[in-house]
Each structure stands twice: as C-alpha cells, then as structure tokens.
Ligand binder design. Structure first.
Ligand SMILES: *Cc1c(COP(=O)(O)O)cnc(C)c1O
Length: 371
C-alpha cells in the first residue's frame, strides 16, 4: 500500500456506489436471470479483492475472469472470506491447465473443438464435468466458428462427459443501440442454440443488458457498468461514478507570454500564466495523449493540461484561479464528479475500460464501503 501522505495521487474507490450499479443492472433483469460479474484484469483495475468481496456480499455468486492466475487469486480470496461462488474462466482450457480447474474449482468457457476434446477427455477421467460452450457470432476472437459448430452438431459425442451448463456468445456492437449487428448476432445465437439443443444461455455484457430483455437469457455478464462506465455511447444510463482520482500539486509558477511548457516545448503561454505541476504522469496510467487535451478541476474550475504529459508530472494552466487557491499540496481532481472516466477517456482518444485497467500502482488507494 502506498502511503496517503507520500503518494502523488489518491485513488478513491467507492464500493457503495459500485454496489448500487450492480443493483441497478440486476434490477433490469427478470427474476430467473443470474447477474454474474466480470472481474478480469484486477476487477477492471479497481482491485479484485475488495470488489469481489463486496459483490459477493451483494449476492453475486458467479464471477468471470480471463486468466487462470486471476481465477486462482479469486478462489483464494473467496475462501479467505468464507464465500462460495462459481468462477468461470473466459480464456478456456489451455493445454496442461486441466488440473488447476479441479484443484481450484474453476469452470472453463470452452472456445474451440480442440478445447472441447481436451475437456471431455479430462472430464471422463476426473469427473469435473461442467463447462460453458462459447460460440462465435461475430467477434471472430474466441468461440466455435460456424464450421466447428457444424462439426459439433453432427458429432455431439465430442463433448462426452461434459455437462454444458450454458451456451454463450459475445456482442460486438452492443454500445450502439442502432447497430444491425445486435439482432443479427442474436438470431445466429438462437439458431445454433436451438440446433445444439442447449437451453440455458448467456449473451449480454453491460451494454447488452440495456438493449432489452430479449438479450438477457439465463445469465448476464456485466463488467464495465459495475465500475462506472456508461455502457451505451451517448446515453446516460443511471450508471454512477465509482472512482475519484486526485493528484497533488507540487509547485506553482508564473511564466511570461511565450514561455514554453514540457518536453518538445509543445505549449507556449499566450499570456502571462500561472502554472501548477501535479505529481502524476503516464507512469501512473495517465495517458500521454492527454497532453494539451485533458483537463483537471480545482473546486469547480476547469483547468487545462498544458504541454506534454511526463512520466511523473503533468502541468496545468491555473491562471483563472486566485493565486492563494492553488499552492503546493492542493489536490486537483483528475477523475471525479466534474470529469468522468468516460470524458477523460474521450479526451485521451480511448475508452473508459483502458483508463480503468491502466490505473497506476503508485496511487494511494482508499476504499469506501469496504466490509
Ligand atoms: C469482458 C467481457 C464481458 C464484460 O463486458 P463489459 O462490456 O465490460 O460489460 C462480458 N463477456 C465477455 C466474453 C467478456 O470478455
């Protein structure tokens, strides 16, 4: 843990708000649909342990991760807190990983015919039989493609010994409500689901939940919305901000008209300016693309990033504020009520997901509502 007084910035994660987002998503579902939580990549950068334990306290009993290392960490954390839950591994059954699934009670998502065969031969020996069948309906990333599906439909014995608990697929354009991909993928999903005779299904991520009940099936897999990212572009979906990031001002100075700022001298003061330098940089996951494009807030005043972002430092133009309001030690809002993760991401030319998963290791982390 980075000491609060010594840190260059303080990251606050409000688990009470996170719980509200989870409840909001759950509230969109009919009673029979399970609301799982995707906690891959350290719970989207917010911290696997505090996030998973709080979600388990809120009644979440199904978690998805990407890597076996994440699955093992999660199982260990849940055990320590006397919690039971299903853990699903999205990245499937890599050769040689079979015994880890047994030992840590992990259920694989099966992404290809070779994975099905591998899991089937293991299942016949070990009796660990559960698996989710992932079919590709438009991502071309993981999951059985149409050729593999045709083979599988003809030879269902390839899955002997496996209890397929769900058939799943993943939406490519759910963040765009008007995309023809959404109904297109759904009808392909239904076609194969019915052809394979698989009843229980999982289809929706965060945005998919908001597309409507026909996308919900039996289990949904939200990630982003739980963590405060608005799932559908250009819509306000009652998702609340979960994190707050405040950087510490180290120094202030006055520069004359024409004075330059930062590497490459990419900014030249157009007037006599007050500048403030904060102890955060791209080494903390503060995107370098925010140079001359991002903003911070001091109180309710918006102050622009001027010059390039350095590894450990950013410089803001604070001319619009009275001098005594910006001094060494003043905290500047980098993400928060005035400047959301989504807005920062837009200014950085990326998406909120990348901002959250890039949140730096040097921040002092502070959890509100941690049990
Ligand atoms: C990451 C992921 C999710 C979660 O998506 P969000 O957009 O974060 O809600 C769901 N399903 C799969 C297969 C994923 O890889």
């Amino acid at each position: 843990m980075i000491d609060t007084n010594r840190a260059g910035a303080i990251l606050t994660v409000d688990l009470n708000t996170l719980a509200k987002n989870y409840a909001f998503l759950k509230g969109q579902l009919s009673g029979g649909t399970i609301c799982a939580a995707v906690v891959k990549s350290d719970a989207y950068g917010l911290g696997l342990e505090p996030v998973a334990i709080r979600l388990a306290d809120e009644g979440c009993n199904s978690f998805f991760v990407a890597l076996m290392e994440e699955a093992i960490s999660l199982r260990t954390i849940l055990k320590q807190h006397n919690k039971e839950a299903e853990i699903y591994l999205l990245n499937g059954v890599v050769e040689g990983s079979e015994s880890d699934f047994d030992h840590f009670d992990i259920t694989p998502v099966l992404n290809s015919l070779p994975e099905i065969e591998r899991w089937s031969s293991h299942a016949k020996k070990s009796g660990n039989r559960k698996g989710i069948l992932n079919i590709d309906t438009g991502m071309s990333r993981l999951g059985l493609d149409t050729r593999e599906l045709d083979t599988f439909a003809e030879k269902p014995e390839l899955a002997d010994g496996i209890e397929i608990t769900y058939v799943m697929s993943h939406l490519a354009c759910a963040d765009d409500r008007t995309s023809a991909m959404n109904p297109g993928q759904r009808s392909l999903f239904d076609e194969y689901r019915i052809r394979l005779g698989l009843k229980k299904a999982s289809f929706a991520n965060s945005a998919g939940i908001l597309l409507g009940p026909e996308y919900h099936y039996n289990l949904v897999r939200p990630g982003a919305a739980i963590y405060g990212i608005q799932p559908i572009t250009n819509e306000i979906n009652k998702i609340l901000q979960v994190i707050n990031l405040k950087g510490k001002i180290l120094q202030t100075r006055t520069v004359d008209t024409g004075g330059t700022v930062g590497y490459g001298a990419t900014y030249q003061a157009p007037r006599t300016s007050r500048l403030a330098t904060a102890a955060v940089g791209y080494g903390d996951g503060y995107f370098r693309t925010l140079g001359n494009r991002g903003f911070g807030y001091i109180g309710t005043t918006r102050v622009p990033v001027v010059g390039r972002v350095s590894m450990d430092l950013i410089t803001f133009d604070v001319t619009d504020l009275p001098e005594h309001e910006v001094v060494p030690g003043t905290m500047i809002e980098l993400i928060g009520p005035h400047y959301s993760v989504d807005k920062l991401a837009e200014d950085a030319g990326t998406i909120g997901y990348e901002i959250l998963t890039g949140l730096g290791a040097r921040y002092s982390r502070n959890y509100i509502g941690s049990p």
